[in-house]
Ligand binder design. Structure first.
Ligand code: 5RP
Length: 239
């Protein structure tokens, strides 16, 4: 009889949802009764909605949310979370969102889901932006591994591209299903490859003042607490 094949534990995949859910649940547990919060976008953030819905059911939590994307708005509604438009409120008590990269100063690259323009507006309107990530998103220098998304107006976009590339990157127009991706704002995304972003504040300032650029995914000095989860689901919070 052939001997059984040994189990290759090294080849066992970790489930990325363990870290995502752990970070998201820890952040959702920070939400206080009677508050209005910014609802981020992305696969990690979806677990925040799951936990908020659970708290609404189990604890009678009263909360309203301002979504950062059409996708999040639909998901929040499906979870029974009441929505309020950003125009109709003075300030958000808290915003919770994912990120693509976080550096030691808590600067971020966001926009993997093409929602960074609304995410920045919502974060800027909140008393605190709480960021939720897996440990793998904590890096030394922004932009070495993840491309920086820059949202541009379609009108004359090649000129915006030339200006963006003059900051020291190469760019690619983001595609989805064989077509140019169109953001919730009706714009396009340039994914920008840098050798690493040595001075995120200086680059953000350059991009902020660039004609044809709507917004970019660099969040500099905007982050409050960072909730970080390991693959095993252990959570730590950077204050
Ligand atoms: C969307 C974002 C997301 O927060 C970011 O891309 C992280 O997404 P995920 O949780 O799916 O990794 O910035 O624009």
């Amino acid at each position: 009889m052939a001997s059984p094949k040994p189990i290759d534990y090294g080849a066992r995949m970790t489930d990325p949802n363990v870290a995502k859910r752990a970070a998201a649940y820890a952040a959702a547990n920070l939400v206080q009764d009677g508050t209005t919060i910014g609802l981020g976008s992305g696969s990690t953030f979806l677990f925040v909605l799951e936990r908020l819905a659970e708290r609404i059911r189990n604890e009678g939590l009263k909360v309203r949310g301002t979504p950062t994307s059409n996708g999040t708005a639909a998901a929040a509604q499906a979870h029974g979370i009441p929505l309020v438009a950003l125009e109709d409120i003075e300030q958000l008590d808290l915003a919770i969102d994912g990120a693509d990269e976080v550096d030691p100063q808590k600067n971020l690259i966001k926009g993997g889901g093409a929602a960074h323009t609304r995410e920045r507006i919502v974060a800027a309107t909140a008393k605190e932006l709480v960021v939720i990530v897996g440990e793998n998103k904590m890096i030394d220098v922004l932009g070495k591994a993840f491309r920086l998304p820059v949202e541009v107006l379609p009108f004359g976009w090649t000129h915006a591209r030339r200006r963006v590339e003059a900051t020291g990157c190469t760019t690619e127009l983001r595609q989805k299903d064989g077509q140019t991706l169109v953001t919730d704002n009706g714009n396009w995304i340039l994914d920008c490859t840098y050798p690493g972003i040595a001075d995120p504040a200086a680059l953000a300032k350059d991009l902020d003042s660039m004609v044809g650029v709507v917004d970019h995914g660099l969040f500099v000095g905007m982050t409050g607490r960072v909730v970080i989860a390991s693959d095993a689901g252990d959570v730590r919070i950077l204050p």
